[in-house]
Design a protein around this ligand. Structure first.
Ligand code: SF4
Length: 373
């Protein structure tokens, strides 16, 4: 397949792995920010090709995983109302709240629908004027332009039965929070290529300079990731801390300016709570005053709702690269994709789901024993 097979070609993969082995003289810990990259690494066994001195830790870039539990509770509360059609991407349906998931709300009679774009939800609102239609606007900078478009369109056509439940988060403040933590062990980052395709790379430059960490903007295929790691390790070995762009086929330094303009028009930067992590200042997006009539939390009076997270789930430590999924006591026993305790076990970008799907049970067991020693 054009532009897929080329980036999975076995001989080139082994050549890059060999180049990484030659380059590495000391232990390094590198975080891949995005859950899509985590899945590629675990699915293709890329971490097993690396020298023992290179440790990969998995980052917070799974939007489903970092959506706070109270927002799931708010979604369930809204979706359970008889006058509401609740629209969401499929990933969110099985994420556990403090009581129920959206899938359980649907089983109990809620009108919960899977859509593939926020504009589909706008159409549902147009077709159902007697119902309130709510879209669960979850994601990083990548999904923000489409969600902004939906809200701007709803305003333009005077659609008063449409709103969005916003859970937008931003990558750079999360990286700063990781680097500022006393428990931090990350020495270099593979930044998320698709986020940078929208936002560009300039906002990573002050982070690389201030914290002295290389940041390599990286794609999602095996060769992308190995090349990203090679560039990151080369910087570490040479004592450099710069922003480099491995994913040049999709990312420009200035990013997609019309998309950024759309985000700025509809959203403003706000403090956001991250599941398992807590509040990170200026780490999310909320609707601007001019669009607040489309804010589902305000429309349904749920802004003050709070909820408790599962005390057993260590997803906050997994998302900050402090622990790996198999180091969680509940992994594959009390927490499985069928009965999840935390979002990383059900999201298609979740690190726990990646380990559950792609690592053999015996292998995970021996990893767990290794972690307990
Ligand atoms: S295995 Fe389950 S309980 Fe443990 S961190 Fe992952 S999602 Fe949370």
């Amino acid at each position: 397949m054009k532009f897929i097979d080329e980036y999975r070609e076995a001989r080139s993969v082994h050549r890059f792995a060999e180049a990484i082995r030659r380059e590495t003289t000391r232990p390094w810990t590198i975080m891949e920010v995005c859950g899509g990259q985590t899945h590629s690494i675990v699915k293709f066994g890329l971490d097993e090709l690396l020298p023992q001195d290179v440790t990969l830790v998995h980052g917070p870039g799974c939007p489903v995983c970092v959506t706070p539990v109270e927002l799931i509770d708010k979604a369930v509360e809204i979706a359970s109302r008889p006058d509401v059609i609740f629209c969401s991407f499929g990933d969110m349906l099985r994420v556990p709240g403090s009581g129920h998931s959206l899938l359980e709300a649907k089983a109990r009679g809620g009108d919960v629908r899977i859509v593939y774009s926020p504009l589909d939800a706008v159409k549902v609102a147009q077709q159902n004027p007697a119902k309130q239609v709510v879209f669960f606007a979850v994601g990083f900078e990548t999904t923000a332009p489409a969600n902004a478009t939906a809200v701007a369109q709803a305003q333009r056509i005077g659609l008063h039965n449409f709103s969005i439940l916003v859970s937008h988060v931003l990558v750079p403040p999360a990286m700063v929070a990781i680097l500022s933590s006393p428990q931090n062990r990350v020495q270099g980052f593979l930044a998320a290529g698709h986020v940078c395709a929208v936002m560009g790379t300039t906002e990573y430059e002050p982070i690389a300079a201030q914290y002295r960490v290389p940041i390599v903007v990286t794609g999602f295929e095996p060769l992308d990731i190995l090349q990203g790691l090679y560039l990151c390790i080369r910087q570490l070995e040479e004592g450099r801390a710069e922003v480099e762009n491995q994913y040049a086929r999709a990312v420009r330094r200035s990013g997609n300016e019309p998309a950024q303009q759309l985000i700025r028009e509809v959203f403003q930067v706000v403090h956001r709570k991250w599941r398992g992590v807590g509040e990170i200042p200026e780490s999310g997006l909320g609707l601007r005053e001019a669009y607040e009539e489309f804010d589902a939390e305000k429309r349904f009076g749920l802004a003050q709702m709070v909820a408790e997270e599962s005390s057993e789930c260590i997803s906050g430590l997994v998302l900050r690269g402090i622990k790996k999924p198999h180091e969680c006591g509940a992994f594959s026993t009390r927490c499985t994709p069928e009965r999840p305790l935390g979002a990383p076990m059900v999201s298609s970008e979740g690190a726990c789901a990646a380990y559950y799907s792609y690592r053999k049970r015996a292998e995970v067991q021996s990893m767990k024993l290794g972690a307990e020693k």
